[in-house]
Write a protein that binds this ligand. Structure first.
Ligand code: AMP
Ligand code: TRP
Length: 326
């Protein structure tokens, strides 16, 4: 089986964009790949955060991912800072990374703009740590949303540069996109993102989901109930694609075009369908939250398994580098 690696930051509310773009794909690939999932707490240090919440958020992220279908019997779930080799390999890969390439990374440019008071070296070096995450496990397949594709291509370049300089140690990794690589936010303009507050969280209760959808943007041509609309210009319609049946899609399309239904009818059906998907996930999440020792055990076992591979790959790396290892 090919090895797959992916990571997610422990930065609070995971949303249906994360679910459709990444986590659902992860759950669907457990039988076909040897999967590693990492809560990347070291990456999260690059943006200001509340230290009193970090540990809880990290375990919460484990629980949400398990609730979404990551079965720890079929994959390795662990926390980045528990395996020291991630930071060690990052330093080594730094030496084959040209600064110019890091300066061109879209996420670095965006985050530097949104946090001008904290443009730190970690933010700049972020993609090298991400490359280290993947290469430490010789990951070949990296399931992510489309905002991460540039980082995965960068990781492949880093592997090539290392191999060219020191010999063939790393395979070339590839991004694997889901059928929803870029879920739009409820504002209808930006990608769904917790930092923009335009999201439906996986843990949102039914009434919150209905309220958020009620105020979400639709096709601007539908100002009144009797105005016809164009579904392909409507963000609510794009969400229906991921949650609704073909019959419901047809009902939405026709009803929107001939003003046979109102936006609230359309949103009501979408809300029902999202709630139906999230309800069992939320029930499993509540069970896991009630006994966080389950998540604690999962990441302890996960770290031990990850550590064995990380140690072996680092030995290979140090040998290739010609370091004296005693
Ligand atoms: P983040 O929350 O930014 O750490 O992202 C975790 C994973 O979810 C990454 O693979 C992202 O590419 C993916 N992701 C985040 N937001 C979206 C979105 N709006 N649509 C699709 N995938 C997303
Ligand atoms: N940068 C990714 C994100 O923001 C998270 C991440 C860290 C990751 N290391 C990774 C994703 C390795 C895939 C593989 O979503």
């Amino acid at each position: 089986m090919k090895r797959s690696f992916s990571g997610i930051q422990p930065t609070g509310d995971l949303h249906i964009g994360n679910y459709l773009g990444a986590i659902k794909t992860w759950a669907d690939m457990l039988d076909r790949y040897e999967c590693f999932f990492c809560i990347v707490d070291l990456h999260a240090l690059t943006i200001k955060y509340d230290t009193s919440l970090m540990a809880q958020r990290t375990l919460d992220a484990v629980a949400v991912n398990m609730a979404c279908g990551l079965d720890p019997k079929k994959c390795t779930i662990f926390i980045q800072s528990h395996v020291k080799e991630h930071a060690e390999l990052c330093w080594i890969l730094d030496s084959v990374t040209p600064m110019g390439e890091l300066g061109r990374m879209t996420q670095f440019k965006e985050k530097s703009k949104s946090h001008p008071e904290n443009v730190n070296v970690g933010l700049f070096n972020y993609p090298v740590l991400q490359a280290a995450d993947i290469l430490l496990y010789k990951g070949e397949v990296v399931p992510v949303g489309d905002d991460q594709v540039q980082h995965i291509e960068f990781s492949r370049e880093v592997a090539r540069k290392f191999n060219a300089a020191y010999g063939p140690v790393f395979p070339e990794c590839q991004a694997l996109l889901s059928n929803a690589p870029r879920v739009m936010g409820l504002d209808g303009v930006n990608k769904m993102s917790k930092s923009l507050g335009n999201h439906i969280a996986i843990a949102d209760p039914a009434d919150v989901i209905r309220k958020k959808l009620a105020t979400a943007k639709t096709d601007p041509a539908r100002k009144r109930r009797t105005d016809p609309g164009e579904p392909t210009k409507c963000n609510i319609y794009s969400l229906h694609q991921f949650f609704s049946t073909p019959e419901q899609m047809q009902w939405v399309e026709e009803g929107c075009r001939n003003a046979g239904i109102g936006c609230l009818d359309c949103k009501g059906v979408l809300a029902d369908n999202i709630i139906a998907v999230l309800t069992p996930i939320q029930a499993r999440y509540a069970e896991l939250k009630a006994d966080m020792n389950i998540a604690r055990r999962v990441v302890a076992e996960g770290a031990a398994r990850a550590q064995r591979i990380a140690s072996a790959v680092m030995a290979e790396v140090k040998d290739a580098l010609g370091l004296y290892t005693g």
